[in-house]
Design a protein around this ligand. Structure first.
Ligand code: ADP
Length: 208
């Protein structure tokens, strides 16, 4: 199926640095970064879906799959209409999804996964501390309480980690997220460069 979005998945536990890497990749022409966490946080908090997001995220739980996929698909569609995501040229960098096997199944018709960048960190306490710092810095209510963070790790281990089994092991690149940010970026680029090279159309105009 060639009409699916060419996609790279940013995968890993909460606080591992997916968002940091995603934002850097988003600045490289030819990649479009889509973060479900960002999409949810940008919803009008008083809307029905905004309230639903708050209800689940404030408990460290996942938003129901049907709502998640619907909001994400609408957001991606809007970005194609606006010309921000050029679906035939850009590689989609999906951050924060799929979070369980059902989402992986539901996403199959949309995305053609070229690579899974699996950010690995064995030190759970380090991730815990990172999340607490981030919660204070960016006023993320979902990460402020210890029990909510613990719940998010439980959900990750029980529901999200098994998603890796859904993909061909040859597509999975394990990257040590505890290295320095530049080293992590280096390892991420080592995986991305050959993929972009094989999809890059030199005639595509770049901005600036
Ligand atoms: P982090 O980057 O800290 O791992 P996110 O910013 O991706 O977390 O997500 C914040 C919250 O948004 C999650 O705790 C969850 O409630 C909701 N969320 C994000 N992505 C998904 C998803 N794919 N499915 C269900 N809920 C999601």
């Amino acid at each position: 199926m060639s009409d699916r979005y060419k996609t790279i998945l940013l995968f890993g536990p909460p606080g591992v640095g997916k968002g940091t890497q995603g934002k850097i990749i988003a600045n490289i022409p030819g990649f479009f970064h889509s973060s479900t966490g960002d999409i949810f946080r940008n919803l009008d908090a008083s809307s029905e879906v905004g309230r639903l997001f708050y209800k689940y995220s404030s408990r460290g739980e996942l938003v129901p799959d049907d709502v998640t996929i619907k909001i994400w698909a609408t957001n991606i569609y809007a970005n194609t209409i606006l010309g921000l995501f050029k679906e035939t040229q850009d590689i989609l960098v999906l951050d924060g999804m799929p979070r369980n096997r059902n989402q992986a199944n539901l996403l199959y018709r949309y995305i053609d996964v070229l690579c899974v960048l699996n950010l690995v960190c064995k030190d759970k306490e380090a991730l815990f501390e990172r999340m607490k710092k981030r919660a204070i810095k960016s006023s993320r209510i979902d990460d402020a309480k210890d029990d909510v963070i613990r719940r998010r790790f439980e959900v990750y281990q029980a529901e999200t980690q098994p998603v890796l089994e859904f993909y061909d092991p040859e597509l999975i690149r394990n990257i040590d997220a505890m290295n320095s940010p530049a080293q992590v970026l280096h390892d991420v680029l080592e995986a991305l460069v050959p993929i972009q090279n094989s999809h890059y159309n030199a005639e595509t105009p770049s901005e600036g």
